[in-house]
Design a protein around this ligand. Structure first.
Ligand SMILES: C[S@@+](CC[C@H](N)C(=O)[O-])C[C@H]1O[C@@H](n2cnc3c(N)ncnc32)[C@H](O)[C@@H]1O
Length: 252
């Protein structure tokens, strides 16, 4: 995968590094290494420097236009895979990591993914092509459900959920480098869930399921929104750090 600024300037796998310990670094490669180091000193996230990040079972291309896929989000994939689905909708797809991981696990399934960011969708499309999943993934640019047709067995989303106040507390690696539209909907951090809960019921087939990643303090608020829209069997799952991380529910 082409890297934004590959720090592997010697182009050897880590386990062979000691065998190459006496090789000379060319001037070009030395410069390349210093450039990567400077990027990290400026607090650019490692995934943006290398241009990729491992998520679930694959490597995903990452740029400044996309959220760097987080390990916590793998719980959303795990939970989603408990459902049998043929048609899945991923809202706010970013790199496409959730939708493409799900499609890779279910060879008969097809998916639609939306994002407000055209630049993020271009990266998701590139990831779909690289993973040979582009024929089963359809990308739509727009606000949540805008331009999405038909009904689905499963809706998944990891929407922006950081509050305006929390944004000021974030490490510079995140706040100064990752897209703010991917991190926060502003205000109380719940705006995206309101829009998604409101639109999701009509987009799910009866018996269909919704699974949403949440911030650790948002379980009660998001569960209440889903209940108010008519969803049943609302459930909260915790991540490996024992924090509330995913809310899921059924359309009766
Ligand atoms: C937290 S990131 C999640 C990205 C990816 N799904 C993941 O889990 O790594 C949220 C994504 O939602 C997108 N987004 C923000 N507001 C949106 C909106 N109104 N409609 C659609 N997508 C939106 C952002 O561009 C971003 O890609």
């Amino acid at each position: 995968m082409p890297a934004a600024c590959s720090p592997n300037v010697m182009e050897v796998p880590p386990e062979r590094l000691y065998l190459s310990i006496h090789s000379e670094l060319s001037e070009d490669r030395h410069k390349q290494f210093l450039k990567c180091l400077a990027a990290r000193e400026a607090r650019q996230p490692v995934a943006q420097i290398t241009g990729h990040r491992a998520f679930w079972k694959h490597e995903f291309r990452v740029t400044r236009a996309t959220l760097d896929p987080r390990p916590e989000t793998e719980l959303l994939v795990e939970v989603a895979l408990e459902t049998a689905f043929e048609r899945v909708l991923d809202l706010g797809t970013g790199t496409g990591c959730i939708l493409l991981s799900l499609l890779a696990e279910r060879p008969a399934a097809r998916g639609v993914a939306t994002d407000i960011s055209e630049a993020a969708l271009a990266v998701a499309q590139e990831n779909a092509e690289r993973l040979s999943l582009y024929e089963r993934a359809h990308f739509v640019q727009g606000d949540w459900f805008h331009g999405v047709e038909g009904r689905f067995d499963l809706i998944v989303s990891n929407p922006p959920y950081i509050t305006e106040a929390e944004m000021a507390e974030l490490a510079p690696d995140v706040r100064d480098w990752e897209p703010h539209t991917a991190l926060t909907p502003g205000g109380d951090g719940l705006g995206a869930y309101r829009a998604i809960a409101f639109g999701a019921f009509a987009r799910l087939k009866p018996g269909g399921r919704i699974a949403l990643e949440i911030g650790p303090t948002q379980a009660a608020a998001v569960s209440a929104m889903l209940t108010a829209q008519g969803f049943a069997d609302v459930e909260v799952r915790q991540d490996l750090g024992h924090r509330d991380r995913v809310v899921l529910a059924h359309r009766p």
